[in-house]
Unconditional design. Structure first.
Length: 274
């Protein structure tokens, strides 16, 4: 009997030691906004390999053509915004739905692991900025919106990822959509990106996530006052970007510098300021 009791004590002690070793050897969770060892420390030609891999991971995660994602998005469109054609109002419904429920969980496996849209649904909308961008792009893309994802790597090699939705190929169309944003959300300004290629301009709306108190006003390059930063709406001020990588749903990507502007009404007249 005493011999059996001794064996039990030995087994319990051994299990306790194994548990302690397991706990203290779990890798630390990487923060979304700190430097990652998977991002090259020097932005040389080797960064192309990283960008290509990241673009491939993003493209694989976007599931705009998946019927499950399309039905998931349709069920979350406000009945007042339903219709045969896609509209920015539907994109805003997706933005509101996701931002009101998203829970930030950093990815310990590094930025090259991006959750697919269906994986994010199974996780209860938990994940990093990469996952958020892919998920929102999948929802809006499934409804008919044109999306792209921006990868910004700072001078300290910290990175941030956020999505944009296309709001027109003309100034009038962009102004109409930006006016909708200011009216729907009651904001003074709505920020956008303007890209001109071959003489043709395209306008994109910032759909970066809302994280109350995560950043000070100085974090933002444009509109850097706390009122603008803390106001909830699509088209909030952009982070300091510099040279960025634009990634499209099909996996194509390019390095460029974004040109930002904002829409604002002055004495009842709306105008684009660049």
């Amino acid at each position: 009997m005493n011999r059996d009791f001794g064996r039990v004590k030995y087994i319990v002690a051994a299990l306790a030691m194994l548990f302690a070793v397991a706990v203290f050897t779990i890798p630390a969770v990487a923060e979304e906004y700190v430097s990652s060892p998977q991002i090259p420390s020097v932005l040389t030609e080797s960064s192309d390999t990283y960008q290509a891999k990241f673009a491939s991971a993003v493209s694989a995660g976007i599931e705009a053509d998946n019927p499950v994602i399309r039905n998931y998005a349709r069920l979350r469109v406000d009945i007042l915004n339903a219709g045969a054609d896609y509209s920015l109002a539907q994109a805003c419904d997706m933005y509101d739905y996701v931002n009101s429920r998203w829970q930030i969980i950093s990815e310990p496996r590094g930025p090259l692991h991006v959750a697919s849209a269906t994986e994010t649904i199974r996780s209860g909308m938990r994940g990093s900025g990469d996952d958020y961008s892919v998920f929102l792009s999948s929802l809006i893309g499934s409804l008919g919106g044109d999306m792209r994802i921006i990868l910004s790597i700072g001078s300290d090699y910290a990175y941030h990822v956020f999505p944009e939705v296309c709001i027109g190929s003309s100034e009038d169309e962009a102004m109409e959509n930006l006016n909708y944003i200011t009216a729907r959300y009651g904001c003074e300004k709505a920020w956008y990106t303007k890209e001109t290629t071959g003489g043709v301009s395209t306008y994109w709306l910032n759909l970066d996530w809302i994280i109350d108190g995560m950043h000070t006003a100085e974090y933002y390059r444009y509109g850097n006052n706390l009122f603008e930063v803390n106001t909830y709406h699509p088209g909030r001020p952009y982070i300091t970007t510099g040279t960025v990588t634009i990634i499209y749903p099909d996996g194509k990507w390019k390095d460029t510098t974004l040109k930002h502007g904002y829409y604002q009404k002055v004495k009842g007249v709306g105008k684009l300021y660049e």
